[in-house]
Design a protein around this ligand. Structure first.
Ligand SMILES: *Cc1c(COP(=O)(O)O)cnc(C)c1O
Length: 470
């Protein structure tokens, strides 16, 4: 592979970055003090930074590089498509082969009668589409009052105005007067922190039944849809108890509301099946996809809508006044198609299900024995450990939420492993192509990181749990 190694020295890149580049989800003053880490190339599961340091990417970029870095076939697919037709829109009675083929391919891959695809540039945009779509769908069916979408606290559905409103992140809602009207949030199925005295099965049912209670409280004639991630990713890899999704599905079947599965992380093999909906037996009316759709090589997202709903919509809705310049971008579609070809022809999802995910699970769960870890959990290729001061009590640290997680993340980075911290949870989501030897390396680095963090906390007197009353 040709590498671009003629970049400026790291300190100069950092100075220019600080002067001109505003980063997402970043405290700019703090970043500029610390200096940004500049990533210059990547191959397989490894990143290389501007000083030539190699780092194992335990997060697949931002939960997206499912087939790993450095696949020249995707570069070639992009080059070919750019040469042939770099752009054309799909608005005015026009289409092009990549969008047509990708829509058909997605109809084939997604479960049930999810057969119609509305393209977007990202997961956030696709969820904006979903909000517009479900509201206009119900209006077109003579039910314009069905406008409310029910979501969960601590959900992540993206960062545009609609997507962030659908999400349940209190910190995000705190900036700019969000959520927008007619979005309701119920509690999440997060047993470790919120399960109290209930066992996980009982707790899963209780949290699912909050949906039924919310529908009764708001009125079924006012509720358009429920949206949920099969596994909450950005919220901290919250894997719901087994009882949760069957109960949600029962409620959605009994009530006249649409079920939206946000598969932006869970889709394309992450949970050991093509979609999280298959892993958890969810039958969504609409699926949000992005990230793994192109393995992050090009920005693309989509809403995949059931045949039944789309057919009614087509019959009654008239023109849907909605779309993006880059809906079905030909280069993004060509790259996504090539990504899906590789996932399928190299049997990557099967390998995950049969070999690497069971191995990662066994190795990752060993971390549960560490004195700093209250719980290790994993589903397919996405996992978390809960850092705690007292293993037995499931209470957070006395220190501010996230302080310990940040210390741990800094050790991890210094050790050459990307793990992310969400509060005091450490999470991983490696490329699906990670090998057994690379899994051993990941777990060894994670263990070293936990040991260093533990020693640090003891030295600083931070191994202290918050008092129960707080
Ligand atoms: C990342 C993410 C999104 C938003 O996708 P973007 O491409 O960042 O807009 C939406 N939903 C979930 C579950 C995600 O993880």
């Amino acid at each position: 592979m040709n590498r671009i190694d003629n970049h400026l020295p790291t300190a100069q890149l950092q100075a220019i970055d600080a002067a001109h580049h505003l980063h997402p989800f970043t405290d700019a003053a703090e970043l500029n003090r610390l200096g940004t880490r500049v990533i210059t190339s990547a191959d397989g599961v490894y990143l290389t930074d501007s000083d030539g340091v190699r780092i194992l990417d335990g997060m697949a970029g931002l939960w997206c590089v499912n087939i790993g870095y450095g696949r020249a076939e995707l570069a070639e697919a992009a080059r070919r498509q750019m040469a042939q037709l770099p752009y054309y829109n799909t608005f005015f009675q026009t289409a092009h082969p990549p969008a047509i083929e990708l829509a058909a391919r997605l109809a084939q891959l997604t479960p049930g009668d999810l057969n119609r695809v509305f393209f977007a540039g990202s997961g956030s945009e696709a969820n904006d589409t979903n909000l517009r779509f479900v509201r206009h769908y119900w209006a077109s069916q003579g039910k314009p009052d069905k406008t409310i979408v029910i979501s969960r606290r601590n959900a992540y559905h993206g960062s545009t105005l609609a997507a962030v409103s659908l999400g349940g992140m209190a910190a995000m809602h705190g900036q700019g007067g969000l959520p927008i009207p007619d979005i309701e949030h119920i509690n999440q199925p997060y047993w470790y922190r919120e399960g109290g005295e209930m066992d996980p099965a009982e707790f899963g049912l209780a949290r699912a039944r909050e949906l039924e209670e919310a529908i009764d409280r708001l009125g079924e004639d006012k509720v358009a849809a429920f949206i949920g991630e099969p596994i909450q990713g950005a919220g901290g890899v919250i894997i719901p108890p087994e009882t949760y999704w069957p109960e949600i599905q029962r409620i959605c079947d009994e009530r006249e509301i649409l079920l939206i599965a946000d598969e932006v992380i869970c889709g394309f093999g992450r949970t050991g099946a093509w979609f999280g909906s298959e892993t958890f037996a969810i039958r969504p009316d609409i699926m949000t996809i992005a990230k793994g759709l192109s393995s992050g090589y090009m920005p693309i997202g989509a809403s995949v809508i059931s045949e039944k709903i789309a057919t009614q919509f087509e019959a009654d809705a008239g023109e849907f006044f909605h779309g993006y310049t880059y809906s079905g971008h030909p280069v993004a579609c060509a790259v996504a198609l090539e990504n899906l070809r590789i996932l399928e022809e190299e049997a990557i999802v099967d390998t995950v299900a049969e070999r690497t995910a069971p191995y990662l699970k066994r190795r990752w769960l060993e971390l549960g024995d560490h004195p700093l870890v209250g719980e290790a959990r994993i589903a397919g290729m996405v996992g978390a450990v809960e850092l705690v001061a007292e293993k037995a009590c499931r209470r957070p640290f006395a220190a501010d939420e996230g302080a310990v997680g940040l210390i741990c993340r800094n050790y991890s980075f210094a050790n050459g492993l990307v793990m992310r911290h969400v509060g005091d949870k450490m999470i991983i989501c490696p490329p699906l192509v990670i090998s057994q030897a690379e899994i051993d390396e990941l777990v060894a680095l994670a263990l070293k990181t936990l040991d260093q963090t533990h020693a640090h906390l003891r030295a600083e007197g931070m191994m202290v749990a918050r008092q129960a009353a707080e």
